[in-house]
Design a protein around this ligand. Structure first.
Ligand code: PMV
Length: 336
């Protein structure tokens, strides 16, 4: 199915804009990774994944009608040239909604993720844009449908519609309606995630391209989907029974297995840097000394560590994280 047909099936043929639409969505980090697509048009994955949302670190998006008949894209209060890849991605996504209608938009998007944090903002960005478009066109689509729509912008965005732990099953249906975010009804107040910065420059190879290259050329990729599904099951169970050791060890193994598939790609896809490896060794040493801390790495060199509150002082002293996030700190969040 083509992307536009997917949108046509979900949206009314004619849209009526409201005064404005605004929304917030948190960013998320996968503990069990999405890597590989079974359908490129609809961003359907070859394996399920599970993430933790980053609470107040995410994206605020506001939409209004432009008064000069042009689209305007403003990122963190700075207007972006319409030709930039960032602006083009947003406009293309809005066009799936607008189709032939002339609805010029002014889109203000503000990331609360520090710009130099090395955390991807595409997940929260597309989730917030989807929610804001839903409001702006008074669609009131169910959250499950909004998750499927956000997935078209960026696969991991389908998990950013909720706080807390969110699962994204692989699904089996051709239209992807069974491959959407599903929040876990679990609040784990002692759970922490922190960022260890290695290099915060924009990466040269996007997740999208890296995934395709790995799936197309890595001799290890055929082993990945089954292992990733197994890890996902283990992680879900560990969350349910709050077994942090199993959760942490499986999370770290899962990320390093994903990186092994990339390293085996031809040519090799190397997102990690020397400092990434050196930090991984430090983390192992800390564990040998009895500090329970585990790493995960996305398509980049930076490390995110997970740990429990009781270990926070030791981890701050040993690893100097730039940000420590308490995903369950705010009771106002609705996890389901
Ligand atoms: O959603 P994308 O296309 O940015 O891909 C995300 C890929 C990883 O961050 C490496 C894994 C994940 O599940 O978030």
């Amino acid at each position: 199915m083509h992307r536009q047909d997917f949108f046509n099936r979900l949206l009314p043929s004619k849209l009526t804009p409201d005064q404005s639409g605004q929304a917030y969505a948190p960013s998320n980090i996968a503990l069990s990774k999405y890597w590989g697509k079974r359908n490129h048009e609809l961003n359907l994955p070859t394996n399920g994944s599970l993430s933790i949302s980053l609470a107040h670190l995410g994206t605020h998006t506001q939409l209004t009608l432009s008064d000069d008949h042009q689209d305007h894209i403003i990122l963190n209060n700075i207007e972006q040239a319409i030709t930039t890849p960032f602006a083009q991605k947003i406009i293309t996504f809005c066009n799936y909604f607008r189709r032939q209608q002339h609805i010029p938009l002014t889109i203000h998007t503000t990331n609360t993720i520090p710009t130099a944090a090395g955390l991807a903002s595409s997940a929260s960005g597309f989730a917030a844009l989807t929610l804001a478009l839903d409001q702006f066109f008074a669609l009131s689509l169910p959250k499950t449908t909004l998750s499927a729509i956000a997935r078209i912008g960026s696969g991991s965005a389908c998990r950013s519609l909720w706080h807390g732990f969110v699962q994204w099953p692989k699904g089996h249906l051709a239209d992807g309606s069974d491959s959407i975010g599903k929040p876990l009804d679990v609040a784990w107040s002692a759970f922490r995630i922190a960022l260890l910065e290695v290099d915060t420059n924009v990466k040269k190879i996007s997740s999208r391209d890296g995934m395709t290259h790995t799936a197309d050329t890595s001799p290890l990729f055929s082993l990945w989907p089954a292992q990733a599904e197994k890890d996902l099951q283990t992680i879900c169970q560990a969350i349910t029974c709050q077994d942090f050791s199993v959760l942490g060890q499986t999370t770290e193994n899962n990320a390093l297995t994903m990186h092994a598939t990339m390293l085996a790609a031809r040519p090799s896809l190397i997102y990690i840097q020397p400092q990434t490896l050196s930090l991984l060794h430090n983390i192992q040493r800390l564990r040998n000394d009895g500090v329970e801390v585990y790493a995960t790495i996305d398509a980049g060199p930076n490390i995110k560590v997970i740990f429990l509150q009781s270990q926070q002082d030791d981890i701050k002293a040993a690893l100097s994280p730039s940000i420590v996030i308490e995903p369950f700190a705010h009771h106002k969040y609705n996890y389901t």
